[in-house]
Every structure is written in C-alpha cells, then in structure tokens.
Design a protein around this ligand. Structure first.
Ligand SMILES: *[C@@H]1O[C@H](CO)[C@@H](O)[C@H](O)[C@H]1NC(C)=O
Ligand SMILES: *[C@@H]1O[C@H](CO)[C@@H](O)[C@H](O)[C@H]1NC(C)=O
Ligand SMILES: *[C@@H]1O[C@H](CO)[C@@H](O)[C@H](O)[C@H]1NC(C)=O
Ligand SMILES: *[C@@H]1O[C@H](CO)[C@@H](O)[C@H](O)[C@H]1NC(C)=O
Ligand SMILES: *[C@@H]1O[C@H](CO)[C@@H](O)[C@H](O)[C@H]1NC(C)=O
Ligand SMILES: *[C@@H]1O[C@H](CO)[C@@H](O)[C@H](O)[C@H]1NC(C)=O
Length: 148
C-alpha cells in the first residue's frame, strides 16, 4: 500500500488554508516468473488485487523492464480506475496446440484471444519502450496464408 497526494487545493490571497486529499493507491508490481516460466498467474493476480478501484482511489499494475513469458490464457476484464505501467516485454509462448485448445472467445467475428483485457478508466503507459509480442510469425506460418 502506498499513499499518494491526489489533489491539493490551495486557496490564494491571504488565506493559508490548504486542503490535501490523501487517497490510498494500490500498487502491484508483477515479478516475472523465473527461467522463462509462465508469468500469467502473477499478472492475473496483480490485476485482481490492484485493478478494481472505486474513485477517487486508483490502482497501478507495474511491469518491470524485464521479459514476462506468457504460457496460458488470461481474462482480466471488469477493471476499473487503474494505471498500467509497462516497462518491459510481454512475450506469448508459441505452443499452438495449447492456444487452439484454450483460447478465449471474443464474441466478435468468430475470433478468440489469448488475453481478454477490459474495463473502464484505464491508462496504459509503455514509456516508449514496452512491447507486446504475440509471436505472430509462427501463426502466419501455421495457417499457410489462410485467414484467422
Ligand atoms: C530496459 O532494458 C533494456 C534491455 O535490458 C535496456 O536496453 C534499456 O536501457 C532498459 N530501459 C530502461 C529505461 O531502463
Ligand atoms: C486439448 O483438450 C483436450 C480435451 O480437454 C485434451 O485432452 C488435450 O490434452 C488438450 N491438448 C492440449 C495440447 O492442450
Ligand atoms: C472473463 O471474465 C469475465 C469476468 O469474470 C466473465 O464474465 C467472462 O465470462 C470471462 N470470459 C471468458 C471467455 O472466460
Ligand atoms: C468459427 O471458427 C471455427 C474454428 O475455426 C470454425 O470451425 C467455424 O466454422 C467458424 N464459424 C463461423 C461462423 O465462421
Ligand atoms: C517477437 O518475438 C519473437 C520470438 O522471440 C522474435 O523472433 C521477434 O523478432 C519478436 N518481434 C518483435 C517485433 O520484437
Ligand atoms: C500448413 O501447411 C503444413 C505443411 O504443408 C501443414 O502440415 C498444415 O496442416 C497446414 N496448416 C493449415 C492450417 O492448413
């Protein structure tokens, strides 16, 4: 738990009154799984713990400048008032049989996904260096130029 000063209202002129609203901000730092293991459970846990906040509170999910390998599907929906601070790389595994078996339906154009992410009042910051790498080439090769 961290405390942050969310708003500071100062009254000008002679009055020195100053109202400081202190709001707890929940911060979760995701640690990458060691040795290239699956970081998905840690990511899901971080969004569960810090991704659901009622105003004026906000939460933050921080990814370090490291590689997070993802070997399993994630469903982090229904998020609210959260900042995502992504500094490193999310790299999806290339186990096609697993993904074909487990991918989550999107409910749109007969598509499915490895990660359902959604909610309201969410900010992402990739600091000009973060990457989401879905290992697309293995899929393009796999479908031999056919669609989906
Ligand atoms: C992030 O890590 C990469 C590779 O280790 C490094 O080149 C880069 O400078 C790092 N960025 C920051 C902001 O530390
Ligand atoms: C796919 O799912 C079936 C039925 O649940 C299971 O038997 C099989 O082992 C799964 N294959 C993979 C690659 O996950
Ligand atoms: C994803 O999670 C939400 C919230 O728990 C749930 O309503 C939805 O059915 C899930 N979607 C899938 C495809 O599992
Ligand atoms: C949706 O995709 C599945 C799997 O590729 C396929 O079997 C099915 O025919 C598709 N349905 C439609 C309506 O395109
Ligand atoms: C994504 O990851 C694959 C496998 O590590 C790599 O070959 C590819 O160059 C990466 N793509 C980008 C845009 O970094
Ligand atoms: C793509 O081509 C390879 C080799 O010809 C074949 O084994 C595979 O089944 C094809 N994939 C699809 C999705 O048609």
């Amino acid at each position: 738990m961290y405390a942050s000063l969310l708003a500071a209202l100062s009254v000008p002129a002679l009055a020195v009154a100053r109202t400081v609203v202190t709001v707890p901000e929940r911060v979760c730092i995701v640690e990458p799984c060691a040795n290239g293991g699956d970081s998905a459970p840690a990511i899901i846990e971080a969004f569960e713990k810090c991704g659901h906040n009622e105003e004026p509170s906000r939460g933050k999910v921080v990814f370090r400048n490291e590689t997070y390998n993802i070997h399993s599907v994630m469903n982090t929906t229904g998020l609210k008032n959260v900042d995502v601070d992504l500094n490193g790389l999310l790299l999806w595994d290339t186990n096609i049989p697993y993904w074909l078996n487990h991918s989550l339906p999107v409910g749109y154009q007969n598509q499915s996904s490895a990660w359902l992410f959604g909610g309201e009042n969410i900010n992402w910051d990739g600091h000009g260096q973060a990457t989401l790498n879905g290992s697309g080439q293995v899929w393009y090769t796999f479908v031999n130029g056919t669609n989906n």
